[in-house]
Every structure is written in structure tokens, then in C-alpha cells.
Design a binder for this molecule. Structure first.
Ligand SMILES: [Zn+2]
Ligand SMILES: [Zn+2]
Length: 244
């Protein structure tokens, strides 16, 4: 399994970069996890949009879905020209808020509902869900394939249940939109310290801090998390690759 960070900025993309988007590869299967602003452009340094096997979305905030429309255009144009793919691209999303209906586009993409209480199989990945504490319905995901596990917190304030959900993961891809000492309860986001606590209690191997803030010195996030987590910590950046 390999994760490639396509975009790691919270809320909106930093200049010349992208907001949330992660390409997850296993056995040649390419799953795009979230598709925020700037992701379609940046993704093309790694793969052709038409070569994706599936997309899954945590929630319908623009910094996670803004590029779904242009992904659909890219595939439509490919269907007229290169004809790379024969089948409609599945885009998995939840149905607990508006947004799901936009995932189906002509015969180009097909919205597929995931039900948070049921595990689903997408290619080699078995995926389970945990509802997060966010301003809109949003789901953390645990992806397991061939004995490896990635847990993605998506957007969330600190949530005790995340510890059990992330238990023993190889990689915890945790949002850290805030710095130590801040209170993310009403914003629905976590601090570096909270990400560190979850990583430590869940016993994960690597903590990757992402959904980064546009203020302060982001290097500090890693130092703050390291005061609470003894394992490996990486700060997400464009095209960071984490292999398993
Ligand atoms: Zn976000
Ligand atoms: Zn959000």
C-alpha cells in the first residue's frame, strides 16, 4: 500500500498547491481519497484522471470535493478523445447531507452510497467508517488491504472513539488544523496535541499530520505532537509518499 499526498491544506489550497486529496495505491488499484481544490491539476503529476479506479469522499465541504466537477469534465473529454476507460468511475459518498446527487454525471461517473455502519469493499480495500465531530456529516475511514491499515480522520474535533477506530494502524492520517492549546470543539477540527494523543493511545506506527493551517509555523505542529506520541511523525506536504 502506498499513500501519496496530492494536497494537504485545510479550508483552501495554499498558493500553487491543493487542499485535501490523497492517492492510495494497492496492487495497481488507484483510489483517490477526497478531491479538493487543486487536486485535479496536481494529481496529473502522478496519474491520468481517467486511470483512477475509484474515488471516495469523507464529506461535502469544498476543500474536499471542489474538483469533482472538473474530474467529471476530464473524464467526459477523455471519453470523446482518448477513450481510456469503458466504465463509469465510481465515486463513493454518504447520503446524510446534500452533495451526493452531484456524484453521478452522465455515464461518466456514478455516485455510490456508503452506509456508515457497513464495511464496503472497493478493489483491494475493505473500508469501515466512523462519524466525526464536524460542522456537517463527515466520516473517518479505516482502509485495510493485504494486512496493512491506513486510518484517515477526515475533518473532526477530538473524539474519544477515534482511538479505538485507529487501533494498531500502520498510518494514521490525522487532521491537525490547529496548534496546541487551541480549542477546536466548535470549529470541528483537532490540534496537533490531540492528534498525538490519539496516535499514542491507538498505538499506530506512523502519524501523518495533514489538513494543515494557513497560519503559524506548521513545523511546530510536529514538535507539539511529538511531545505526546513516541512513534514516527511526518508532516504532510505535496507529493509526500508513505509506503507500507
Ligand atoms: Zn476540510
Ligand atoms: Zn470540513
Amino acid at each position: 500500500m502506498k499513500i501519496t499526498v496530492i494536497g494537504c491544506w485545510g479550508g483552501f489550497p495554499k498558493i500553487n498547491e491543493a487542499s485535501s486529496g490523497y492517492l492510495i495505491n494497492e496492487d495497481g488499484f488507484q483510489l483517490l481519497l477526497d478531491c479538493g481544490s487543486g487536486v485535479l491539476s496536481k494529481l496529473q503529476n502522478y496519474t491520468k484522471p481517467a486511470a483512477l479506479d475509484a474515488v471516495i469522499l469523507s464529506h461535502y465541504h469544498a476543500d474536499h470535493i471542489a474538483d469533482i466537477g472538473v474530474l467529471q469534465h476530464a473524464l467526459l473529454i477523455d471519453s470523446f478523445t482518448m477513450k481510456t476507460r469503458e466504465e463509469s468511475l465510481p465515486i463513493y459518498g454518504h447520503q446524510e447531507s446534500e452533495g451526493f446527487s452531484t456524484l453521478t454525471y452522465k455515464n461518466i461517473t456514478t455516485g455510490v452510497a456508503y452506509h456508515p455502519d457497513e464495511a464496503i469493499q472497493i478493489g483491494p480495500f475493505e473500508i469501515t467508517f466512523l462519524k466525526t465531530n464536524h460542522s456537517v456529516p463527515c466520516f473517518a475511514m479505516r482502509l485495510e488491504a493485504n494486512g496493512h491499515t491506513i486510518v484517515y480522520t477526515a475533518d473532526t474535533a477530538y473524539k474519544e472513539e477515534m482511538i479505538e477506530f485507529a487501533k494498531g494502524a500502520d498510518i494514521l492520517l490525522a487532521e491537525s488544523n490547529l496548534y496546541k492549546g487551541m480549542d477546536g470543539t466548535s470549529a470541528g477540527h483537532m490540534t496537533s496535541e490531540e492528534a498525538g494523543i490519539i496516535a499514542q493511545k491507538a498505538g499506530v506506527r506512523t502519524l501523518a499530520l495533514t489538513h494543515l493551517p494557513h497560519f503559524g509555523d506548521i513545523k511546530q505542529l510536529k514538535e507539539e505532537a511529538a511531545q505526546l506520541f513516541e512513534g514516527t511523525i511526518v508532516l504532510a506536504h505535496e507529493y509526500l509518499e508513505i509506503g507500507l
